[in-house]
Design a protein around this ligand. Structure first.
Ligand code: 5AD
Ligand code: SF4
Length: 358
């Protein structure tokens, strides 16, 4: 149903709903079963600090949002939260924060990674800490980091320019360079985009799909835009598409990424679950195979306030995993425990890299 090398116009047509969705989602599920299988992998999310030096116009953690109470978890608090997840059978954890280049922050993450290597054998550590220097990326990898997520947010430079301040801190080229560096220096690399921003067209999203394919990344995390009160985008931009439309666009994007990128891991994101109560099931049924239960302890979880409605769940980690397991089973899928869930795409890419470099 999808041509081998779909054009921008063909992709935009499918995103606009020109093609029948059930067929698209079924094709994506078939592809998932063929290339990876039906298992659902877990990444335990720990939001280690909500401080950020950037000022993205859509984000509740932006530097100029003075009303937000900023925190940094103590390393021991992070280790305790990781240990809870590890005991429940999780074998991959995502440490996420706003972007900070200070030595204290980077050294703290490196210290946590080294401790994890000793205390959580077999756990695959994922980082999402923004654009760091190449030296810091290398140092974190040497300390035990293996996967890195850095969304391009908008692959089109002009659209990126519309949603970010016009300064060197928010450079589209710099961000692209950082993603390429991660990919080429051996990290399992993930990227993704925001879906359903005001003024974004299906042509823009088609460009995002082509960007993700051409970047040849191993993991994809994309979510719908969710308004964040008090941010410039929520206050002054024109309206975004309605939540139902943003949800369906995200599902179509998920299915198309699955069909265009063999063997990658795709997350059913928190933002999708925020906009749609059954977003988790719908994301998995459109080709996603990863979920990221939030293990951040209260009260930090409430303060990682990216957008409205994000952290309303107050369940314990045990309750969260139990509910996830039931919800997966209700659609014929199984949570996979005791397994870091490496994407086959990464193995293949590393083998190709080795062949090329002898
Ligand atoms: N809606 C949805 N996602 C958002 N993010 C930031 N702000 C929003 C928002 N208003 C996402 C960005 C970033 C990730 C940490 O959160 O894509 O990469
Ligand atoms: Fe910072 Fe990321 Fe939010 Fe931008 S999207 S302000 S980089 S946390």
């Amino acid at each position: 149903m999808l041509p081998k090398d779909p054009s921008r116009d063909e992709l935009a047509f499918l995103l606009e709903g020109g093609g029948p969705d059930p067929d698209l989602f079924a094709a994506a599920r078939d592809e998932l079963l063929r290339s990876i299988g039906g298992g659902v992998y877990l990444r335990g999310l720990i939001e280690i600090s909500n401080t950020c030096r950037k000022n993205c116009l859509y984000c509740g953690l932006r530097r100029d949002r003075k009303a937000l109470d900023r925190y940094s978890m103590e390393p021991d608090e992070v280790l305790d939260a990781l240990a809870v997840g590890y005991r429940m059978g999780l074998r991959s954890f995502l440490l996420q924060s706003g972007e900070m280049l200070g030595r204290d922050h980077i050294e703290k993450v490196a210290w946590i990674l080294r401790r994890c290597r000793e205390e959580l054998p077999g756990a695959r550590m994922v980082l999402s800490l923004g654009e760091l220097t190449e030296e810091d990326f290398d140092m974190l990898r040497a300390s035990g980091g293996e996967r890195y997520l850095l969304r391009i947010e908008c692959s089109s430079p002009s659209l990126y320019g519309r949603f970010h301040p016009d300064d060197s801190l928010h450079s589209h080229g710099g961000r692209m360079g950082a993603i390429r560096y991660l990919r080429d220096s051996g990290w399992q690399t993930g990227t993704g985009v925001l879906i359903g921003l005001p003024l974004q067209t299906c042509g823009d999203l088609a460009d995002d799909l082509l960007f993700i394919r051409d970047m040849d990344v191993d993991m994809v995390g994309m979510g719908p835009y969710v308004e964040s009160p008090g941010t410039p985008l929520a206050e002054v931009a024109g309206p975004a598409p309605d939540p139902g439309t943003r949800t369906v666009l995200t599902l179509r994007m998920t299915a198309l990424v699955r069909l265009m990128n063999r063997g990658v891991n795709i997350a059913a994101t928190t933002a999708l679950q925020t906009l749609s109560t059954d977003g988790l099931e719908r994301g998995l049924l459109a080709g996603a195979n990863v979920v990221m239960p939030n293990l951040t302890p209260a009260p930090y979880r409430w303060k990682y306030d990216l957008y409205s409605g994000k952290s309303e769940v107050s369940d314990s980690p045990e309750q969260i995993i139990g509910e996830l397991s039931e919800r997966c089973r209700s659609i014929g899928r199984e949570l996979v425990l005791e397994d870091p869930g490496d994407p086959p795409h990464y193995r293949e890419r590393m083998m190709e890299m080795q062949e090329r470099h002898g």
